[in-house]
Ligand binder design. Sequence first.
Ligand SMILES: [Zn+2]
Length: 600
Amino acid sequence: MILRRLLFVAAVPLLAAWPGWPQSAHPALAYTVSFPHPEAHFLHVTMRAEGLKGELQDFKLPAWSPGYYHILDYAKFIQHFGAEDAAGHALPWERTTKNTWRVVAGNSPVIVLSYDVAATSPFGVQNFVNETRAYLSPAGVYMHPAAILGQPVTATFQLPSGWQRIASGLDPVPGRTNTFTASDYDVLYDCPTLIGNQETIEFAVSGRPHAVVLENVAPAVSRPKMLADLKLMVEAATRLIGDIPYRHYTFLMMGTGNGGIEHLNSASISFNGKSLESPEGYLRWLSYVAHEYFHNFNVKRIRPIALGPFDYDAENLTSMLWVSEGLSVYYQDLLLVRSGLMTRDQYLEKMQGAIAKFENAAGHHYQSATDSSLDTWSTNNAMTGDRNATISYYDNGAMLGAMLDLKIRTLSENRKSLDDVMRALYQRFYQQKKRGFTDAEFRHECEAAAGGDLSEVFDYAATTKDVDYTRYFALAGLTLDIKSEDAPGAWIGLDTQKRGTQLFVVSAAPGSPAESAGLRPGDEITSVVGNVQAIATVLAAGKPGDTLKLKISRGGAAQEVEVALAKNFKRSYRFQLRADASTLQADILKSWLRNESGRP
Ligand SMILES: [Zn+2]
């Protein structure tokens, strides 16, 4: 499906350069969105397409939204679809796929579509309308002519009386009330729009306006402080990359619930506005906003090759979300440390908590970061998956980011860091090549910055191997004290890996019941056929003394193995400064967790 875009991109310059080709060869595409009955929770869309040539015209709605890796089937929310020509004569149409409406246009120079969109779900990638506000998730609103994604479009909003604000990343069209433009559908589909009477406050960085649209923040929370802190965070991020890629940026701070979606020059951020009243809640919020903001670089512009140009009809699989999401988690807090908004101790406390969460959930024995990324479009995914059988590439990616960064700093004698990798990816791929990077190109940039081999970290990302945190954090002059205490359930010390529908043993921990039972790396576990959940469930409900029976295949020979369940334990992790840190280690800690803001 990416081919579709490539063909189109290649075709346009040819057509545009063709002598005498009339200007009208480029269709004019204009949407009008209105809210005739906001209390009935739907919005009405008309689309006027002028200059489309052909007997039949297909119009499509995406199946998913950039930033949220799940099929959402927006087409199911469409009601009362109709098509007309310029004179208002109805044009016949039929639904040819789940998300395609085929109009018998008969070469009509103008086609006007009209439809309603049910808007009942207050969530960042769904549409919602009520008496006081509307939130538009654009992939679920604007149908596009099939194979035409590279054309500019306009959107005009007709507001219910009393509604005054329209906030989004779209560019206003000068001289036209409530009308906005996007240079193509990729931009349009990445500009959610919040409409109503929201409070709007602003700050500027290098002359670029940043709007902060507030729907839900308690009055007691200081607005000047919010603006000052967000500005410090944005400045830390743009200093890191060395560029601001947008003309304006909009933070949509909304509703209740929990969920942020990053976009090209905006972010939709849902949270409980009252939580900002406590210092801990406020810091958590800043970290969450920094995550979504940093995505404007990491994933929107610094991106794996699979994540753009998008196929809007189907899943876009990549094994690199541990980089796009995980490194955004890594940088969200580093940006706050650099801004003087989070202390070094707070940072290290958060990191040790993340390690404990990851290590104490059984999922890390069964799923690697790269597998978690590939599996994210399924239901058992990085965000909501059962942690007995899956991991989160968010938490794990952040730890991998720290290990990459510390190793790059060490190998380069603290002359380079992960910042250099991010900058190089931004310049080389986003600015120069105008494409995403492959897995190998990402690794190459990391190893180029390090000036050495980083295979161990990439191995950690691609397998369920036990991670030697102690050795990595020692590179920054830190010790990591690990304590074990009893925990519910049972333990066997087995690491496995899914390959297709097959499940293999990766390792059996030394001295563990899995090792005593004779399980070896490479054994295929055949009794549960790829279902790691089956083992996880037995362990969660089991107690020491119980037995787990497994059928395995070793070199093609079937065997039965009985594993005695042992006591489960939970680990806690605590960083301490090493008294005997070398000069290099001390320097690395200082520059890694530096405060650049000049604030104490
Ligand atoms: Zn994210």
